[in-house]
Design a protein around this ligand. Structure first.
Ligand code: SF4
Length: 300
């Protein structure tokens, strides 16, 4: 049996950067100062546990008062935060270590610029996703969040000058459909003038996610079964898995190697291991070792 780890899977550069910042902060602080992260550092429990062993503690904003006397470092993860979080930290004397992905910071800045120019802001995303909460915060929630074409048709005010953005990890085909549906409505609404004067779309989907899609689809096709390793709450993981499933129905989504089942590997020649942008390489290696152990036992 051949077991291959997908070389396009694993941390995106934004997550690598965040984890490096966390590691550097932990090693600088050691026992001298506490290091916290606001919310789970990434959507992967294995990586969270690894960093927790080094001293990284996960907190929520409600813990800010409780930890204020320690004057700790508080890491902001790749998803970013709304300005109110920075304000509260400053008020309480907490030192923010900002590990927001630069693409997310760029998205927040662009949304703010268009909002300042008087555009109605429409965001294709999940209303309570941390990245979207951060974006909502920079414009005081003055925006419309939609997940589907139907929602866009109900919630967008087509009499207003509008701009469409996307949460970085959403699905490109749905973004495209929402964009086309809005253009159609705007075209029906305007008399004279050009659509672009009333509606603009900014594709802010992350290329790290979508650039990977073709590669993972080929990987799904090239293997008899694929073990997809990702946190259950990883948007990117869920989305990639759904796409790969179309190419290969023999896919299994696992978060922990204890979920592996021996019967999946019976009469199988090529096993692939893939994952999301938040799946650590070291954990995919462990999954590979576990499958090797399991299948060796079976042969013995
Ligand atoms: S998926 Fe893209 S936007 Fe998100 S952290 Fe990675 S590089 Fe940044």
């Amino acid at each position: 049996m051949n077991i291959t780890i997908d070389d396009s899977a694993g941390f995106c550069w934004g997550v690598v950067r965040t984890v490096n910042i966390a590691e550097d902060t932990l090693s600088k602080n050691q026992t001298k100062k506490k290091t916290y992260v606001l919310g789970s550092i990434i959507h992967n429990p294995k990586e969270i546990d690894r960093l927790a062993e080094k001293g990284l503690e996960t907190i929520s904003i409600n813990d800010f008062e409780k930890i204020a006397d320690e004057k700790p470092d508080v890491i902001i993860r790749a998803h970013g935060e709304p300005p109110s979080t920075y304000d509260k930290a400053e008020e309480l004397g907490l030192n923010i270590v900002d590990a927001t992905c630069p693409l997310v910071t760029g998205l927040q800045n662009r949304v703010k610029r268009y909002h300042d120019k008087g555009f109605q802001i429409v965001i294709y995303g999940k209303v309570n996703h941390p990245e979207v909460i951060g974006i909502r915060g920079v414009i005081n929630d003055d925006c419309v969040i939609v997940k589907t074409v139907e929602e866009a048709m109900q919630k967008v005010d087509f009499t207003k000058k509008t701009v469409l953005f996307s949460q970085t990890t959403m699905e490109k085909p749905v973004y495209q459909k929402i964009k086309e549906a809005i253009i159609e409505r705007v075209d029906n609404f305007i008399e004279g003038g050009e659509t672009k004067d009333y509606f603009q779309s900014k594709n802010t989907l992350c290329k790290e996610v979508w650039g990977r899609e073709k590669k993972v689809l080929d990987f799904a096709e090239d293997n008899d079964i694929v073990i997809f390793v990702a946190g259950r709450n990883s948007s990117n993981g869920i989305s990639l898995f759904k796409h790969m499933l179309v190419k290969n129905p023999n896919m299994y989504y696992i978060e922990d190697l204890n979920e592996l089942k021996q019967e999946w590997f019976e009469n199988v020649k090529n096993v692939g291991i893939s994952g999301a942008t938040s799946t650590p390489q070291w954990y995919m290696e462990k999954v590979k070792e576990e499958i090797e152990k399991m299948t060796e036992l079976e042969l013995a």
